[in-house]
Ligand binder design. Sequence first.
Ligand code: LLP
Length: 463
Amino acid sequence: MSRSAHPAGPRHADVLPEGHYSAPAADLNALDPKVWAQTVTRTENGSVSVGGIDVSALAEEFGTPAYFVDETDFRARARAWRTAFGHDADVFYAGKAFLSRAVVRWLDEEGLNLDVCSGGELTTALSAGMPADRIAFHGNNKSVEEITRAIDVGVGRIVLDSFQEIVRVAHIAQSLGKRQRVQIRVTVGVEAHTHEFIATAHEDQKFGIALADGQAAEAVRRALSLDGLELVGIHSHIGSQIFDMAGFEVAARRVVSLLAEIRDEHGVELPEIDLGGGLGIAYTSDDDPSEPHEIAKALGEIVTRECEAARLRTPRISVEPGRAIVGPTAFTLYEVGTVKPLEGLRTYVSVDGGMSDNIRTALYDAEYSVALVSRTSDAEPMLVRVVGKHCESGDIVVKDAFLPSDLAPGDLVAVPATGAYCRSMASNYNHALRPPVVAVRDGEARVIVRRETEEDLLRLDVG
Ligand code: LLP
């Protein structure tokens, strides 16, 4: 994705500052379906609705800031992944992107499995009735308590991330009289084209066991020698918000060649490979993500081809999309509090949330879109920076975007594509109350995660 400073186009100031933004859309009232959830539309009265409900009514009932998730869209995307991968493959939704009990039930109903990476996510999954054998447990430093519980409840697989963990999981399984199905997570040495903090398959990082210097082969040797473990496959996750399939190709090729080595050395053909998550979504109109069926086809072809070349039976493939399922299905609704034009620079629009409900802009320099959703406007576009109400200047929600120049306090604005890694990474910074998540479907809205209250804050403060 490349965006460049755009010195031309309509503007409110004489000079537009250097920045990382595209030209304003021809019609600021238009909602690009690429970045908005499926049922979001502009209604006849000019405001925006989701699931058939007007955002002003939603703001009235649930307050702002709040996340609204389009349940119809979530289910459709989950189903699209499930259908694209078919019966010979498994889709594990990555719960870290966003997890709640309602989401677990939607996944269960749509036939997806679940990847969890903490005791808390495991508890949420089990408490909503996800069968344990459809849960995969991840993490680079699972505690003894987490491992014990995961084995005890019978999770379908544990993904092993280090030599110490191989032994730890084997011992715990044995002491419980069980044999745990496991995969080994390897780092394939791919530099995914994404932000450094969310790229995970180059070798200098904390996840997985390197393929390159024979470490992964040694990990396989150890896992195969331990009675408490049933080694079923190899796992690779190369990063997040990736558009280029080339990284997955290389990863698949290297994982398959490890399977061939394992066959040659041990006479065992491991039956599974997991290629992780990481597929990108559109945060702005400049992003062009692939569809699940394209991804499934590409991955299936690569694995089949490589296995044929190595004369291996094609293993069962699994993938772990998080962002690609939930990301596009939600938006955050904010009320505008102040509008501060800085002549010759830009206009700062302060909303009633900020880095506590979306840390991604501050953390990764993430780009987002924004729209005025409580009404339409024909006013000319102004360059804005949407900022929160926290006590630091890095508290930015949308760095560079255009909104109508008649924007005023009390207007509602929405930031689309906030379904992934926003509520799940939300904080109480400045004792902000984390916003609710409201699911909207067919004219009905219901809270699936309630808004935090001041009582919640005080309940934890026991001093
Ligand atoms: N599988 C594994 C082993 C993972 O570590 C992750 C994400 C996923 C699947 C799901 O990746 P997705 O499809 O959602 O990209 N907080 C960052 C993203 C961190 C991703 C961590 N692992 C962000 O906001 O961009």
